[in-house]
Design a protein around this ligand. Structure first.
Ligand SMILES: C[S@@+](CC[C@H](N)C(=O)[O-])C[C@H]1O[C@@H](n2cnc3c(N)ncnc32)[C@H](O)[C@@H]1O
Length: 270
């Protein structure tokens, strides 16, 4: 299955448990409003963290069944607690890996995921799993973060190399995300056996950690997680802090770090 140590991956994400719920943006929720969800829909959110999107969907559409899965058991504990506080009976949460979904074939009308697939190094296997649990006629909507450069977000990678050298000297700095091109995703779709998909790209840049803190926004692991998987969480924390410092130094006068990254949005009807 996963060549990285799954326990370390869990430990890593456990550190950030709850934080994605506090992000003010409901940008992804806005993106899925037009998909045709209704009260009969059965929905799966892969990498749901502590369930923000699941609850937004439940409150807006009162769907038949909305399921969230996340590798962090701490996120799932928070999600379950919130579900109980809200008294929602149509939402459920599972701790689990996107590479091995604990669901039957063709169980869901909608399979959605926001900013998770770039963190999974066996991305094609994760797409296969997402497709497996989708009903015929069901819709998939996955947003992942990537870059259109050959290198992995080269500007981040330079920062990471510096932080890496200061903390781990005996290994080359790894890539930051599992960055894939449109061509890569097309190849993966061919291997999964999907033809009628659509891919769209959107460029983005983001506020530096200092700007976020000053604006009262949470400063989370903004630099992604792929490179961190399987590495001692203590070392990860040190590198993360060092990278935040480097980001603060290198942002523009408006406090933005200009990324070469973009969102890749993959959608299809099965
Ligand atoms: C950047 S956060 C996005 C969370 C949420 N989707 C959102 O939009 O706020 C990535 C999430 O993916 C989860 N994750 C990472 N690798 C995973 C895997 N292999 N299987 C399931 N969840 C995973 C992490 O625990 C984390 O909660």
């Amino acid at each position: 299955m996963n060549s990285f140590n799954e326990k370390n991956i869990q430990l890593h994400y456990n550190q950030f448990a709850g934080i994605y719920n506090t992000l003010p943006s409901d940008e992804f929720f806005q993106r899925i409003l037009g998909l045709g969800l209704d009260e009969k829909s059965e929905v799966l959110d892969i990498g749901c963290a502590s369930g923000k999107l699941v609850f937004q969907i439940a409150e807006k559409f009162n769907c038949e069944k909305i399921v969230g899965i996340d590798i962090s058991e701490v996120e799932i504990e928070i999600a379950n607690k919130t579900r109980n506080e809200k008294g929602l009976t149509n939402c459920s949460f599972y701790t689990g890996n996107a590479l091995n979904l604990p669901f039957e074939d063709a169980e869901f009308d909608f399979v959605i995921s926001n900013r998770v697939f770039q963190l999974i190094n066996e991305m094609e296997a994760a797409f296969k799993e997402a497709d497996r649990v989708l009903k015929p006629g069901g819709q998939l909507f996955i947003l992942l973060v990537t870059s259109d450069k050959d290198d992995v977000m080269p500007e981040y990678h330079d920062l990471l190399k510096t932080a890496w050298k200061n903390n781990i000297t005996d290994k080359p700095a790894p890539k930051i995300f599992n960055v894939v091109s449109v061509k890569d995703v097309e190849n993966m779709m061919a291997n999964v056996g999907v033809e009628n998909y659509k891919i769209t790209l959107e460029r983005y840049s983001f506020k530096s950690p200092r700007e976020r803190a000053e604006a009262g926004l949470p400063v989370y692991n903004i630099l992604g997680g792929y490179w961190k998987q399987g590495i001692d969480p203590e070392i990860v924390r040190k590198i993360d802090n060092e990278m935040k410092e480097l980001l603060n130094e290198q942002c523009d006068k408006f406090g933005y770090f200009k990324s070469t990254g973009h969102f890749l949005i993959l959608t299809y009807k099965k």
